[in-house]
Write a protein that binds this ligand. Sequence first.
Ligand SMILES: Nc1nc2c(c(=O)[nH]1)N[C@H]1C(S)=C(S)[C@@H](COP(=O)(O)O)O[C@H]1N2
Ligand SMILES: [Mo]
Length: 445
Amino acid sequence: MTEKGRPFGRILPAAENALGARPIAADESSRRAFLRRALALGGGAAAAGLAAQAAGAEGDPAILKLPAHSTGLGQPVAARDYGTPSEHEANLQRRQSPGLTRVAQASVAFTPLQGLFGIITPNGLHFERHHQGWWDIDPEQHRLMVMGMVKAPTVYTLSDLMRLPSVSRIHFIECGANTGMEWGNVAVPTVQYTHGMLSCCEYTGVPLSTLLDHCGYERKKAKFVLAEGADGSGLTRTISMERALEDAIVAWAMNGEMLRPENGYPLRLVVPGVQGVSWVKWLRRIEVGDKPWDTREEVLHYIDMMPDGVFRQYSSIQEAKSVITTPSGGQKLLDKGLHNVTGLAWSGRGRIRRVDVSFDGGRNWRTARLESPVLPKALTRFSIDWVWDGGPAILQSRAIDETGYVQPKIRQLRQVRGTRSIYHNNAIQSWKVAQSGEVSNVQVD
Ligand SMILES: Nc1nc2c(c(=O)[nH]1)N[C@H]1C(S)=C(S)[C@@H](COP(=O)(O)O)O[C@H]1N2
Ligand SMILES: [Mo]
């Protein structure tokens, strides 16, 4: 394995074995025939390789020799251990992009999307973005105050909040600056750095609407809420009352356990569909008001420079976007023939309706399979069979959400947004597969 990611392509012989052993349902027969043809196409060299691998030094099939782990005693249970991944997976880590920021307190560590399956981001691989470093706050000492245009301003402890009816929902979080380095031209080599300020988790907490009701927000006057974090960054963001009431959650848990310190322990705001900066970590205050606050993070940062030089403010919704994670930049296809091309699609406006994939730089498109579950404002996993003929190819994916919005090409996005933006780049990503099988980040049209 390289630092950039897992090379792959040896999946071909394994897939053949798995298919042979698996009972195939009637409606799958055409897919099976396709797979058979595909395997036959690329399978000659691979089959020879498989035979060579299977034969031991004396010509015995190595698989019949029992290794130590099949004959010896294994490790004892580690009753007090939290648990760690296999040491063979130690390469899969959050990583910082070298030279991106001057200090590690105001920085980013990116999620290794190339090594994940399904839609859930494991907690130890959730991306991290801090403005002023992270803290491991004592939950006993932490308080959340709800105040402003409410009849009964209230200070909650964590245990107060946990007595209220909670919800658990799966949503993506994407930093508004995700893919921001790619506005001008290709800047970084792997999907970890192009798209890794993106994660998707099951969050548990109390709906913000419950707290606003409990404090008696002034229904006629109140139009916005301000969320404030307890870290030194003084991070504050305005959220419309509509969005606050719709599906925002004051969350203490992520993927079945308490939040990690770096993700806001013990409380963070979850604002589904909205850019990461509004998901205030170490949440300590909610103020109810009648107009946006225009705070530092709303006036100086997280604004989009348009081609005419005027800044667009409060563009918070993350529009539909997708990316192929396998194969992606830095990986290498080891064999021609059948490959399962897979990736992620998401939309801040609801569900993903369809994902199309092109293998020729956007000239022809095929519709990918969406894997269940397909949830609103969550990552959706897509995949599609591809028979690589060994020639150069350009892979792209295009997401369409339930509103009918179609993910734009980089050229289309630049026509509307110019090239001087940082935030909200949701353009179609292109990966070039060279004849050598090496995959790299490119921009076409
Ligand atoms: N209090 C506080 N909340 C914060 C931040 C911060 O620095 N301080 N960073 C924001 C930004 S810009 C993003 S993208 C997300 C990142 O969340 P994560 O670190 O859990 O991935 O948190 C947001 N909430
Ligand atoms: Mo962010």
